[in-house]
Design a protein around this ligand. Structure first.
Ligand code: CA
Length: 452
């Protein structure tokens, strides 16, 4: 696991004043990487930046200004500045991103070796976030979605398998399916309601706009260095392949999913759109928030040896608070605040990201830099920790669904057109500066008319 070092020092403060507001997401202890361009700039000018307070540090501008010349961060900054994606930096391994993080922390801190020169260049190297748009951080070659919350699995199973809601394999392996990389978009993109085939409750088989559109609050992992096809990844080595994390909304068409998923699993219900937060919080930035893996009840099977490792058990989990909000069209029109639907924590996940990665590559499947691996819906044990509508709208006593009430008097069984779903995440631990993930936000637009 990444170790603590001076970049995590809670006393460290930045000359970018907004970064010192400890309620913010992007203090100097965070330094997540992203791809941005100024509003109005052409797509090909998208380049790597780092979030600091309410600003984006432009890595290309830093290189142009010679600020990193001669430091150990310079080579890694050149990798980050390659190709308009973070893939090259991800491929270089965590030594490179760690050297870059150390150099940037020094540059952005009060009293750092090059901070006076950087501050003099502030107008050149900083871009206000409100003047920029953020794209996908990586060219995502493949996207895999896991199912690793036992609470989500159990609540979902109550409807369809009331006698044994958790499938037998769940406790033996991290379940997943290969999802679709081509429709992963960055926060802020509107999502079109998918059309699809489904079987209505009364039995009619029909094609048309999804009637049961849902969100799933998940955490994503970006793969750093990959593995060659045929060469698995030992669990103890898994951290070397984990670059960082983002929020993931796995938009889910439940009516399409119910009809199409047997016997091969989800297909079109999941591939219409996936939204991710644009800032990649590095595994190193999350080092203070590592915790023990999920404590399995003694009656659960122990993981097989390839999924067992003492270090992963000790610190393979993460203490990360996750929230989901809804902003309906009416709330937006009236200037009301979004309503919170979910408050959960990544500590509830039954399997660690290390176990997911190792299981994924265990058959020799090649993972590549920039691949996205999502955790599955991050539901916890309590009612407020239900991380999708299909759990929130479930009445377990009657095994039926009922609309949930929103604070402004509206109600939702599933998502309406015009609804916006917003995720946020925050890691906190006494003695450390809290860090956030920024937003993962998407609005539902009406389904497209079927082409004539
Ligand atoms: Ca999912």
């Amino acid at each position: 696991m990444p170790a603590l070092n001076p970049t995590h020092d809670p006393a460290r403060r930045s000359w970018v004043e907004a970064a010192n507001d400890l309620r913010g997401d992007f203090p100097i202890q965070n330094l997540p990487f992203g791809i941005f361009r100024r509003h109005g700039e052409p797509a090909q000018s998208a380049r790597a930046g780092v979030a600091i307070g309410d600003q984006i540090l432009d890595l290309v501008a830093c290189l142009d200004a010679g600020l990193l010349a001669g430091t150990s961060a310079e080579a890694a900054a050149r990798l980050a500045a390659t190709g308009g994606t973070l893939n090259t930096l991800m491929a270089a391994g965590n030594g490179a991103s760690s050297a870059l993080r150390a150099g940037l922390s020094d540059m952005l801190s009060h009293g750092g070796a090059i901070s006076a020169r950087a501050r003099a260049e502030a107008a050149r190297i900083l871009v206000p976030m409100e003047e920029a748009e953020l794209g996908l951080p990586a060219a995502i070659g493949a996207f895999t979605d896991f199912l690793t919350s036992i609470y989500h699995t159990e609540r979902g199973g109550r409807m369809t398998r009331p006698d044994s809601p958790v499938p037998q394999n769940f406790r033996h392996l991290p379940i997943a399916y290969n999802s679709r990389a081509s429709t992963v978009v960055s926060s802020g993109h509107a999502i079109r309601r998918p059309n699809g085939q489904r079987r209505r409750p009364e039995g009619e088989i029909a094609f048309g706009p999804c009637e049961h559109l849902d969100f799933e609050l998940e955490l994503g992992l970006f793969v750093g260095p990959g593995n060659a096809m045929g060469e698995p990844i030992a669990l103890r080595a898994a951290p070397e392949h984990i670059f960082g994390f983002c929020l993931v909304n796995d938009w889910s068409a439940r009516d399409i999913q119910r009809w199409e998923s047997h016997p091969l699993g989800p297909f079109l219900a999941k591939s219409a759109a996936t939204t991710i937060s644009p800032w990649v919080v590095t595994a190193e930035a999350m080092a203070p928030f590592r915790i023990a893996a999920f404590a399995r009840p003694a009656s659960d099977p122990a993981p097989l040896p390839y999924l067992a490792d003492p270090a992963d058990q000790e610190e393979g989990g993460m203490d990360l608070g996750l929230e989901a909000f809804i902003l309906t069209a009416r709330m937006r029109e009236r200037g009301e605040a979004p309503a919170r639907l979910t408050a959960t924590n990544f500590r509830h996940m039954y399997w660690t990201f290390g176990q997911m990665l190792t299981h994924h590559a265990s058959n020799g499947c090649a993972l590549r830099p920039g691949d996205l691996i999502a955790s599955g819906t991050t539901s916890g044990p309590t009612d407020e920790a239900r991380a999708c509508l299909s759990e929130l709208n479930l009445d377990p006593s009657t095994r039926s669904r009922r609309a949930i009430a929103l604070p402004n008097g509206e109600s939702r069984l599933w998502l309406d057109d015009g609804d916006e779903v917003i995720f946020r995440a925050r890691a906190e631990r006494p003695g450390f500066v809290p860090i956030g993930f920024g937003e993962c936000r998407g609005r539902v637009d009406p389904a497209p008319a079927w082409p004539a």
